[in-house]
Design a protein around this ligand. Structure first.
Ligand code: ACM
Length: 726
């Protein structure tokens, strides 16, 4: 995988981000405790209303569930999952028959009353619930099945542990979501994702009250669903890696059981190489190169009647396989040259009065919308489709700049906001967390960043699309009503199956809160405090994010995993597609320490929060700071003997830099905040890496500032703070 085979707008797509040179987690504010987790439950997403009233029920005997009405099979299964998760969290390991009969506690009564909901598994679903925990047990009341799922998710998070073991505190919660569309998107084309891995994400989504799984199922690199109508698509375009129709039905049912709709995406007319390998006669450019430098570019010729016939057959079949009312038809990043360099297409455009490629695409979109509408489907398209007149019921998936939220809602298009939530940018959770779906100025590139991109030769029309300036005015109430919600996409150029859990979670949990909780819930430090707990709960109940990170570290260094994990815990991977650039330049397999590192490393996060407390006068945290700095300083000696293997050797420099930076931090704690010239140079190199990774418009430090392992020392800005330099 090289940078050039990454998405065409790699630069673009991230431009997106409201960029920060210093990561959000490195600059915490507020007075939240940073060391010990409080025993208060960590609810995420935070409910709209919650009151804790003191008192608690012991959980030594688990729950006994009763229903107001006979439950459906789906609700019975949901209660079963809840009981298994509660067991996993409470730590009860004895089978029922072997539990002590003389226990005074007994199981906690859980009474569930749920209404029926004709809108279940649609954007009209009733999702509200009310949860009361008191001395007589737990009462969960919901208008529909979704409310039961959400209430059980909250109840799971209410389980805490104190000196007497697991318990559940008295609470009264009334809750409903802010947005009806709360999704993640997984790219299964760039790297195939197994059914088992997708199911783990669905389980985690249920815990975070996310309700849409958007699967990106075709792209230049692969077509991933068995077609019985067009079997050549997987025969020629999947490398044998695709989902059978039986697997898709199983996945759809699995998700539905958890209140989650699967929205499929078959991306056309751009990103079409995998389709064109089976149908080269439909290509805009001939001959079709099966191994181009950029696999995103190849596009369909939209002027051919056969192209629309293929779309009709494919979408017809896939629309039946995926029952959801919404169908994502892609529409992003059509390379204009694909069309305007083909004289036949240009002649067709002249005859039909299409003066621009955008107009040609709009005509194609109109036809696709008709094909989908004839099946009763609502078309979704990336925001490029909104650049020309198309029917207003086409849902616009905003990704390049938040300004398209304003333009699309002004045109009465329902909107899904993906801009600001791109997980593959490897930005910290706190950055995504502050992006509000209603804010049309939240995300995109500044004029200055745009100028840098233009200088690098990026197409002016593309740069313009990513530009956030001039900021549109705030949305009117009428415009807001068109915003369905948002999605957090994970493009998978650099994400293998074993990396997927950790690239989605826990960051998607913070984004889930943005989509669910009231807009005023915006305290980043408090979010991180709760995120640490929620992340642990996700692992306890089945997510493999942390286990897979450990496995990857162990594969690199089976006899000495700790030094690899300690280094990974102090570092973050390059952000904003700089890792893609790095891979393009240096080549890389996706099994190195840069893949073990996470965008929100818990030790570095904790350290940064402690430093904030220390510099604001709380010197009681000094011993904890010292312990961490000593661990980082001494890690280099443990890392050096294992650093000869491929995948670790490039991190030698980072490990040495970490030791030097930690040593300087220790001196600062001793009241000697000075740096030698050699040390200063190391701090400056790390700053250059952070700066060069700060936005997708390119580095301020140049390519030389990309560190050799693609890793930045996350703790460096905090140590600078200790040194009084920030
Ligand atoms: C996209 O990121 N190309 C939608």
């Amino acid at each position: 995988m090289t940078f050039s085979t990454g998405r065409a707008a790699l630069f673009g797509s991230s431009l997106l981000a409201a960029m920060m040179v210093v990561p959000a987690w490195a600059a915490p504010s507020g007075e939240q405790p940073a060391v010990a987790q409080s025993l208060a439950p960590a609810l995420m997403p935070l409910p709209s209303s919650v009151t804790f009233s003191g008192g608690a029920l012991p959980l030594s005997e688990g729950f006994a569930v009763t229903w107001g009405h006979p439950p459906s099979a789906m609700l019975r299964a949901a209660a079963g999952r809840f009981l298994r998760r509660a067991d996993a969290l409470a730590g009860r390991v004895l089978p029922v028959a072997e539990r002590p009969v003389d226990s005074t506690a007994g199981p906690v009564s859980l009474r569930i009353d749920a209404g029926l909901d004709a809108g279940w598994l649609s954007t009209r679903a009733k999702e509200d619930y009310r949860l009361v925990v008191g001395s007589d047990g737990v009462r969960l009341t919901a208008s529909g099945p979704d409310g039961v799922l959400h209430g059980l998710a909250t109840l799971t998070q209410l389980i805490v542990r104190d000196e007497n073991g697991p318990k559940i505190g008295f609470a009264t919660i009334a809750d409903h979501p802010r947005f009806v569309w709360r999704g993640i998107m997984i790219d299964t084309s760039r790297h195939f994702v197994t059914v088992e891995t997708i199911k783990r994400q669905i389980d985690a989504m249920e815990m975070l009250k996310l309700n849409v799984l958007h699967l990106h199922l075709s792209d230049g690199t692969g077509f991933r669903v068995e077609s019985r109508v067009l079997p050549e698509l997987t025969a020629k375009g999947s490398h044998g890696q695709y989902y059978t129709q039986a697997q898709i039905r199983d996945l759809v049912a699995y998700a539905a059981d958890r209140g989650i709709r699967i929205v499929p995406e078959f991306d056309l007319p751009g990103h079409a190489l995998a389709v064109l390998l089976a149908h080269p006669e439909l290509a805009a450019t001939h001959p079709v190169d099966p191994e181009p430098k950029n696999k995103n570019t190849a596009a369909l010729d939209p002027t051919l009647p056969a192209t629309l016939r293929l779309v009709r057959r494919l979408y017809g079949e896939m629309g039946g396989l995926f029952p959801d009312a919404y169908f994502h038809a892609g529409g992003d990043e059509v390379e204009p040259d694909e069309w305007v360099k083909n004289p036949k297409i240009v002649a067709w455009m002249n005859v039909h009065g299409d003066t621009t490629p955008q107009a040609l695409q709009a005509g194609f979109t109109v036809q696709v919308q008709k094909i989908l509408a004839a099946q009763g489907k609502v078309m979704v398209g990336w925001d490029e489709v909104s650049e020309a007149a198309i029917p207003s019921d086409v849902v616009v998936d905003v990704w390049r700049s938040s300004k398209f939220i304003a333009s699309a809602t002004a045109g009465h298009h329902p909107v899904i906001v993906s801009a600001g939530y791109y997980l593959d940018l490897l930005q910290p959770a706190g950055q995504h967390y502050l992006v509000d779906p209603y804010d049309p100025a939240a995300n995109g590139v500044t004029r200055e960043q745009a100028d840098r991109l233009l200088k690098k030769g990026m197409r002016p029309d593309l740069v313009n699309a990513f530009l956030k300036e001039p900021a549109p005015p705030p949305l009117t109430g009428e415009q807001k009503a068109f915003v369905l919600g948002g999605e957090a996409p994970l493009w998978a150029e650099l994400v293998t199956d074993e990396m997927l859990d950790a690239r989605i979670w826990p960051r998607a949990a913070a984004i889930a809160e943005r989509f669910w909780s009231p807009a005023e819930v915006r305290d980043v430090d408090d979010m991180y405090r709760r995120l640490a707990v929620v992340n642990a709960e996700l692992q306890i109940t089945g997510l493999q994010a942390e286990a897979n990170r450990w496995r990857m570290a162990a594969r690199l260094s089976p006899g000495a995993v700790d030094p690899v994990m300690v280094l990974a815990g102090a570092t973050v991977p390059l952000r904003n597609y700089n890792m893609n650039r790095y891979v393009g330049r240096h080549g890389r397999r996706l099994d190195e320490i840069g893949e073990v590192a996470s965008p929100d490393p818990a030790p570095a996060l904790r350290f940064s929060m402690l430093v904030t407390r220390y510099v604001s006068g709380d010197h009681a945290v000094a011993p904890a700071l010292r312990r961490q700095l000593v661990a980082w300083r001494d890690n280099d000696a443990a890392f050096a003997p294992v650093a000869s293997v491929r995948g670790l050797s490039e991190a030698r420099v980072t490990s040495r830099h970490l030791a030097v930076i930690a040593q300087a931090g220790l001196r600062a704690l001793d009241g000697k905040p000075t740096l030698s010239d050699a040390e200063k140079e190391i701090f400056d190199q790390e700053d250059a890496a952070i700066n060069s990774s700060a936005d997708v418009s390119g580095s301020s430090g140049g390519p030389a500032s990309l560190p050799p392992a693609g890793l930045m020392i996350a703790a460096e800005p905090a140590v600078r703070k200790l040194l009084g330099q920030q």
